[in-house]
Write a protein of this length. Structure first.
Ligand SMILES: C[S@@+](CC[C@H](N)C(=O)[O-])C[C@H]1O[C@@H](n2cnc3c(N)ncnc32)[C@H](O)[C@@H]1O
Length: 198
């Protein structure tokens, strides 16, 4: 099974990748790490069925905007249903690498539970650099560390080759590509990296 088929199948499940009650504290810690998003313009590639997208709509509030995007048509349909009526959110189907983003128009590119699935991380990162507004940031985050995520992927057909770099490896990759990395956490229950164009 390839990655695309894997996510299309996953999208047919009852509540794909919904947050579990026992993850509430981890999600809250993540919200605090992100900081105040009120009024911000957030690009969320790989939004899936939108468990985070609905929260982001609340976090950016009435003056903010969220563009949620996914390459899976079924995930996009699930996400659109999840955010129906939330005027702050737009949901599109596209590969993140191919997304057409107005230059200098995003305050935050948020790769949540998404980064290891990119087909072409270099291309994606170049696009993010030009899409970010002055002061804008890239955040790569997961609800587990890179080692734990890679152990999980190893058991899943379709994503077993989708390797999450360690925090330090991703820091090096980003710095080599013109980013300044300001925060890196890679611990068993958390991955959080924050960067901005250098
Ligand atoms: C692990 S899921 C996470 C979804 C969501 N972020 C969440 O936390 O529930 C990864 C998502 O990325 C999407 N995806 C994979 N490769 C992609 C790409 N190149 N561009 C856009 N979306 C992609 C998949 O279809 C899937 O919905």
């Amino acid at each position: 099974m390839n990655r695309h088929a894997y996510f299309e199948d996953l999208a047919e499940q009852d509540d794909p990748l919904a947050f579990k009650p026992e993850q509430a504290a981890t999600v809250e810690r993540f919200r605090v790490r992100l900081g105040d998003l009120r009024g911000k313009r957030v690009f969320e590639p790989g939004c899936g069925a939108g468990p985070l997208t609905t929260l982001l709509a609340d976090w950016v509030g009435p003056g903010g905007h969220v563009l949620a995007l996914d390459s899976s048509a079924r995930m996009v349909a699930r996400c659109k249903a999840a955010v129906a009526g939330l005027t702050e959110v737009q949901v599109l189907q596209a590969r993140a690498e191919d997304a057409i983003l107005v230059a200098g128009s995003w305050d935050l590119v948020l790769c949540f539970r998404f980064y290891p699935h990119l087909e072409d991380a270099d291309l994606f990162l170049r696009r993010c650099q030009s899409a970010l507004a002055p002061g804008g940031e890239l955040v790569v985050a997961n609800l587990e560390g890179s080692r734990e995520l890679n152990r999980l992927h190893a058991r899943l057909p379709g994503v077993r080759d989708d390797a999450m770099p360690s925090g330090e490896a991703l820091r090096c990759q980003l710095e080599a590509r013109g980013w300044e990395v300001t925060e890196v956490i890679d611990e068993p229950q958390e991955f959080f990296l924050r960067a901005h164009p250098a």
